[in-house]
Design a protein around this ligand. Structure first.
Ligand code: URP
Ligand code: ZN
Ligand code: ZN
Length: 465
C-alpha cells in the first residue's frame, strides 16, 4: 500500500516545513514538495493542509497487566495499545517483571506471551529487576543482546521491588560491561514506610496521606544517591517519573558537573497536584508513586523540560478501576494500588499545556514525546523521526481541534479519568503504524496482532552525551 500525505506541516525535533510525505509499504520513501507531480503515485492521498505531520509518539513507560498492589493493572496489551493509538502513540515500551525468586528469562518470557499477537502498535520491553544476584546479573548480558537493554530498579516499595544500594551498584557495574541502561525509581522507600505507618497510627488513613507520607526530600535524597552510585560505577542513569523539585535539583547539579544523568517526568506531575489527592476517598483515583506534589513544583518541571534537564515525558500508565481496585485501600491508603491511566492523553495534554500554553515549542513537543525517547532507548531513527527509510509511524495532527477528556469517551479500559472534563486543544486525526492507518477520524481501523516486538539497541544517546 502506498499513501501520500500532502501539504501538511512536517514537524520534527529539528524544525518544521510544509511538505508531502510518501509512504511505500511500511516505511517513509520520500519527503518533499509536490511529490505527486514528481510521479509518486499512491493508492490513498491524505490531505493535511493546516495540520501537522509528526513522528508517532513513543511512550517508554507503561505497565499493561502489571500485577501490583494485590491486583492487576487493568489494560491488556490489546486495550492499552489501542488507546495509545487513539492518542497518537505508535510505540510503547512496557516493563516486564522479574518477580522475587524468578529468573529474568521467566519474567521476560511471560511478558512476550502477554503481548505477542495482541498489540495493535509496536512495542518493546524494559526489565524490572527485583532480585539482583549472580545469576540475574549474568542474565542481563543476554537480555541486552536480545533487544531488552534497560533495567529498572527501585529504592521504593520495600518487600516488593526494593533493592538496596549494594544491589543497585552491582547492577550498574554490570551495565558498564554490557552497555545496558539502569532506570531508577528513586524514592526512599524505607523512610516513607516509617512516615506512612505513623500517619496511619494517627488515624490519617485517607488517600491524601499517601501524598503526605512520601516527602519530596525522600525523592531528592534517593535521586541524588542513585546518581552518585552511577557516577561511582561510571555509567549513565535514567530517573523515571520524576515529580519533585528536590529530585530535579539532583539531576540538574549532576548534569552541571558533567554526569550522564537523564530523567523523565509525566503529565500527572505537570498538570495535577497534591490537592487532587484530597476530596476524601475520591483522591484514590490520583494515588501513584511518587505522588502528586504541591503546585509550586510544576513550573520547575516545565523549566526542566525547557532546559533539557528533563529529556522525556512518558505516562507511567498503570490503570486500576476506582470501583473494586482502588477501593482495596478504603480505610488504609497503603493498600490503594499505585498507578494512574494516561497512555491515551499524553500527546494532547503536552500539546495543550506545552505548545498552546506557550511553555515549549512544537518542535520540543515532538522531541520530548517521540524523538528523545527513540534516541534514549535505542530506536532512532527507525522510530521518532520523519525521515526517508524510517518506519512510517506518522500522525496527522490537528493543532486546533478541541476535545474534552472523559472516561465516557476514552478508550483505556478503566472506569475514570484523572482529567475528567478538561478541554484540550490538539488531537490526532489520522494515525499510521508502519504504513497502515490504525486510527482515522475517531475510529479504530487497525488490527490486534499487527504490532511487532522492537528489538532495541543499547542506549547510544545516553552514552554519547
Ligand atoms: O504508582 C506507580 N508509579 N505505579 C506503577 C509502578 C511504578 O512504580 O512505576
Ligand atoms: Zn516506578
Ligand atoms: Zn511505572
Amino acid at each position: 500500500m502506498r499513501i501520500l500525505i500532502v501539504n501538511g506541516t512536517v514537524v520534527t525535533a529539528e524544525g518544521s516545513s510544509v511538505a508531502d510525505v510518501f509512504v511505500d509499504g511500511e516505511t517513509i520513501a520520500a519527503i518533499g514538495r509536490d511529490l505527486a507531480a514528481a510521479g509518486m503515485a499512491a493508492e490513498e492521498t491524505i490531505e493535511a493542509t493546516g495540520r501537522y505531520v509528526i513522528p508517532g509518539a513513543i511512550d517508554v513507560h507503561t505497565h499493561m497487566e502489571l500485577p501490583f498492589g494485590g491486583t492487576f493493572a487493568k489494560d491488556t496489551f490489546e486495550t492499552g495499545t489501542r488507546a495509545a493509538a487513539f492518542g497518537g502513540t505508535t510505540t510503547i515500551v512496557d516493563f516486564a517483571v522479574q518477580s522475587r525468586g524468578q529468573s529474568l528469562r521467566a519474567g521476560l518470557d511471560a511478558w512476550h506471551a502477554k503481548a505477542q499477537g495482541n498489540t495493535v502498535i509496536d512495542y518493546g520491553f524494559h526489565m524490572i529487576m527485583s532480585d539482583v544476584n549472580d545469576a540475574t546479573l549474568a542474565e542481563m548480558d543476554g537480555l541486552v543482546a536480545e533487544g531488552v537493554p534497560d533495567f529498572k530498579l527501585f529504592t521504593a516499595y520495600p518487600g516488593v521491588f526494593y533493592s538496596d544500594d549494594g544491589a543497585i551498584f552491582r547492577a550498574m557495574q554490570r551495565t558498564r560491561g554490557n552497555g545496558g541502561l539502569i532506570m531508577m525509581h528513586a524514592e526512599n522507600g524505607m523512610a516513607i514506610d516509617v512516615v506512612a505507618a505513623e500517619e496511619v497510627a494517627a488515624g490519617h488513613v485517607s488517600p491524601y496521606y499517601h501524598g503526605i507520607a512520601r516527602y519530596p526530600i525522600f525523592e531528592g535524597e534517593a535521586t541524588n544517591r542513585v546518581i552518585r552510585l552511577a557516577e561511582a560505577a561510571g555509567v549513565p542513569v535514567y530517573i523515571v517519573h520524576l515529580s519533585a523539585r528536590e529530585a530535579l535539583d539532583a539531576v540538574r547539579s549532576a548534569r552541571d558537573r558533567g554526569v550522564r544523568a537523564y530523567a523523565e517526568t509525566c503529565p500527572q506531575y505537570l498538570f495535577l497536584s497534591l490537592d487532587d489527592l484530597g476530596n476524601d476517598f475520591e483522591g484514590a483515583k490520583f494515588v501513584c508513586s511518587p505522588p502528586m506534589r504541591t503546585k509550586d513544583h510544576q513550573p520547575e518541571l516545565w523549566t526542566g523540560l525547557l532546559r533539557d534537564d528533563l529529556q522525556v515525558v512518558s505516562t507511567d500508565h498503570c490503570p486500576f478501576d476506582f470501583h473494586g481496585q482502588k477501593e482495596l485501600g478504603r480505610g488504609d491508603f497503603r493498600k490503594i494500588p499505585n498507578g494512574l491511566p494516561g497512555v491515551e492523553d499524553r500527546l494532547d495534554l503536552m500539546h495543550d499545556g506545552g505548545v498552546v500554553g506557550g511553555r515549549i515549542t512544537r518542535e520540543r513537543w515532538v522531541e520530548i514525546c517521540s524523538t528523545a525517547p527513540a534516541r534514549m532507548f535505542g530506536m532512532y531513527p527507525r522510530k521518532g523521526s520523519v525521515s526517508v527509510g524510517a518506519d512510517a509511524d506518522l500522525v496527522v495532527y490537528d493543532p486546533n481541534r478541541k476535545r474534552t477528556i472523559s472516561a465516557s469517551t476514552h478508550h483505556m479500559d478503566v472506569d475514570y479519568s484523572c482529567y475528567e472534563g478538561r478541554v484540550v486543544q490538539g488531537a490526532a486525526d489520522v494515525v499510521l503504524s508502519r504504513g497502515s492507518v490504525v486510527v482515522r477520524d475517531g475510529a479504530f481501523v487497525g488490527h490486534k496482532g499487527a504490532g511487532r516486538f522492537i528489538k532495541r539497541s543499547p542506549a547510544d544517546f545516553a552514552r554519547e552525551h
